[in-house]
Design a protein around this ligand. Sequence first.
Ligand code: PAJ
Length: 289
Amino acid sequence: MLLAKTREQIDPIAHGWRIDRLKTALVPTMGNLHEGHLALVAAAKREADKVITSIYVNPTQFGQGEDFENYPRTLERDRELLAQAGCDLVFVPDQGVMYPFGLDDQVRVLAPAALANTLEGQTRPGHFDGVTTVVARLFNLVRPDIAVFGEKDYQQLLVIRRMSEDLGYGIRVVSVPTVRESSGLAMSSRNNYLDAGQRAGAGELSKVLLQAAHRIVRDSGNPEQVERDATDRLKQAGFQVDYVAVRRAQDLGTPQDSDRDLKVLAAVYFGGTRLIDNVNANRVGIPED
Ligand code: PAJ
């Protein structure tokens, strides 16, 4: 597996692949890799000839008081896992490569407000502007044909898909279903902040979301009632609830009766750890007679 840290190092490699007409896929990550990330690499391998994984803990998407400083950094192990997974190139830029003019006065890409200011964006103002800014820079540095993102961060996936279309990148954004632990807990680097007992208990989050989805799909449950009941159940299970929301999958809008493809999304705190998750709730169309 090749390693590049700078534009000067990645350019000739990516250029050579383009000349050879090899299709490239980029998997952007912040490292501390787990099976969720590796599922993205596997999908990238299926979709493209060459897989590039980037590892960069992006300061501009962390808010004041969030865990930027403490975010787990495990580069050696990450490189081993990527090599085993068949990744072709790992791109590990430092801050000077990603933000050559520093962090105070850089060009930024603003995420579209309707999509970015709700749910995660409400609790983490500016978060998605940091994500679009860093992913735009990665897209420009790597110029992949395909980029792979996880459904675990569903709102992020929609924001990036929209950015790729809106800014005319022509990069196809491929999504990968959430990889879970046996308890149902969605894999996440932040799960490392949980102790063993909390980790087992945290599986309850996905169970509550699945039950909520079930009520929407099978019992035609009223979304607002389903949200309230799921919130109560999560509180009983010891979570502090940031939001539980039933939304349209396409654009995270409030669902109308005619909308079929819905998502149940949630963010909770467990101990001091923030966890997010989402599940599908696809209402079956009522057949006309
Ligand atoms: P990070 O949290 O490292 O996640 C990198 C990618 O892995 C994202 O697309 C995320 O959705 C996906 N992912 C994480 N856990 C997953 C799981 N359990 N199953 C499937 N996919 C999973 O998301 C980021 O980094 C950053 O915001 C980034 C896009 C790299 C920009 O800085």
